[in-house]
Design a protein around this ligand. Structure first.
Ligand SMILES: NC(=O)c1ccc[n+]([C@@H]2O[C@H](COP(=O)([O-])OP(=O)(O)OC[C@H]3O[C@@H](n4cnc5c(N)ncnc54)[C@H](OP(=O)(O)O)[C@@H]3O)[C@@H](O)[C@H]2O)c1
Length: 411
């Protein structure tokens, strides 16, 4: 009985973690798999870097050399961007290898194609590490889907943004200072736009949507907002109500229609995402039978992410197979008529004339910045904003202290 032969693409944070686990936990892997795991080749970009890789392992910049490894069983991809990863994984599938990826950008763009290719070639494709790093959200959803219909997900999927929001609140600091702190601690890239503009969380919720419904949502109908415009004032004002601002990716499935958003939300203390702080990720899943459950943990980092990849490896070779789900869904993009609760921040009270107010908190007596919870449709909120450019409106999730009244009388 031969070993399981692995080709690893990338030796950065994630790739080096995979190497470490395979090197240091061989006995545990062998007891789980009944075979040794043989890391046979590693693809890198810069061959001159000193990496401390065991001399018997092939290290190359040429993917064809990885593919030419005799009896290669699986290719683990941990490089960045859509290409060349997509081409490499397509070739690996074509050769009959199972594939495992941590690359959310690649999988959000090309997951559907890779799944189809893998199905045609009868090989497995696993991507646990691509969403929420070490938090086992993909496996949990596969498990739940056997008997549940998942009707809602609310999640903090980007640790960098969550860290920055926690830092602004705890240190009473500005967005740029909090970003700099994240960069100093290695939580944010020099170019942070992928994280703070919401692209990273967007890719992850796209991957979850495809898993749940078997189809790719129209990207242009998914609202994506980042956290750059969130000020300390807004955070303090929300705090004065007992609320927090969180960057939330959400998916709601109702009556065959799906609504997906990635945006800052104000949440109340009893909301499961309220207490998720720092670089942690958390995913709150509502299934029609199980009800609500919450997964929380490290959404990134060397060993947590590599751990998710190795779990995939074990599942692939222990024949844990997940059948694809295909559901009829319509992605809602015109949601202006749906009534919901909003946290509205403004400088004056004029624009609220004629609105039944629930509660008001005046934070700064000079500036008279006020915050209000109101119940309104998206269309009404648009009208309100058209009256006052300085108005900031966040969707609200959770339980307010008192019932929120309708903001506008129906005509
Ligand atoms: N970091 C995390 O905590 C985390 C968590 C979840 C998912 N992910 C995902 O995992 C993937 C890897 O992330 P990372 O943080 O490990 O990145 P990283 O530290 O920047 O490492 C990237 C690795 O890929 C190699 N590489 C880049 N382009 C290449 C190319 N064209 N050909 C061959 N090798 C190439 C680099 O080679 P050199 O070493 O020679 O430069 C490097 O070893 C990304 O897709 C990321 O989104 C990361």
């Amino acid at each position: 009985m031969g070993n399981i032969k692995v080709g690893l693409l990338g030796f950065g944070t994630v790739g080096s973690g995979v190497y470490e686990i395979i090197e240091n936990y061989q006995e545990r892997l062998e007891s789980l798999l009944g075979k040794k795991v043989d890391l046979a080749g590693i693809l890198v970009n810069d061959i001159t870097k000193e990496r401390g890789i065991a001399p018997e392992i092939l290290v190359t910049t040429d993917f064809d050399e990885i593919l030419a490894i005799p009896d290669l069983d699986v290719v683990i991809e941990a490089i960045v961007g859509i290409e060349p990863g997509y081409t490499y994984l397509s070739k690996a599938i074509d050769k009959g290898c199972h594939i495992i990826t941590a690359n959310k950008e690649l999988f959000a763009h090309k997951g559907r194609e890779l799944k189809q290719q893998a199905q045609a070639k009868n090989v497995e494709i696993s991507y646990e590490a691509s969403v929420a790093g070490g938090v086992p959200v993909i496996g949990t959803l596969h498990q739940l889907l056997q008997v549940n219909s998942v009707v809602k997900i609310e999640a903090i999927l980007n640790g960098t943004s969550n860290y920055i929001l926690s830092e602004i609140r705890n240190e009473r600091t500005a967005f740029l200072d909090a970003l700099q702190s994240a960069q100093t601690k290695g939580y944010a890239e020099a170019d942070p736009s992928n994280d703070v503009d919401g692209y990273d969380a967007f890719y992850k919720i796209v991957i979850l949507t495809e898993l749940l419904f078997g189809q790719r949502p129209e990207w242009k109908w998914i609202e994506r907002k980042g956290i750059r415009d969130i000020s300390l004032n807004h955070i303090q004002l929300a705090e004065s109500f007992g609320f927090r601002l969180k960057h939330v990716a959400s998916l709601v499935y109702k009556d065959g229609a799906l609504k997906i958003d990635v945006e800052p939300k104000v949440v109340s203390e009893d909301h499961p995402l309220y207490s998720v702080e720092g670089v942690d990720n958390a995913v709150v899943i509502t299934g029609d039978l199980v009800g609500q459950l919450k997964l929380q943990g490290p959404g990134a980092g060397k060993l947590p992410t590599a751990s998710a990849i190795i779990e995939d490896l074990v599942n692939v070779f222990n024949s844990v197979h997940h059948s694809p789900v295909v559901k009829e869904v319509k992605l809602l993009h015109d949601v202006d008529e749906q009534e919901q609760t909003w946290f509205v921040i403004g400088n004056s009270t004029d624009q609220f004339e004629g609105i039944t107010l629930f509660e008001e908190s005046i934070m700064d007596h000079h500036d008279r910045v006020t915050g209000r919870l109101i119940q309104a449709t998206g269309r009404e909120i648009k009208k309100l904003k058209a009256k006052d450019n300085d108005l900031t409106v966040y969707p609200f999730s959770g339980t307010p202290a008192q019932p929120v009244k309708k903001a506008f009388a129906t005509a």
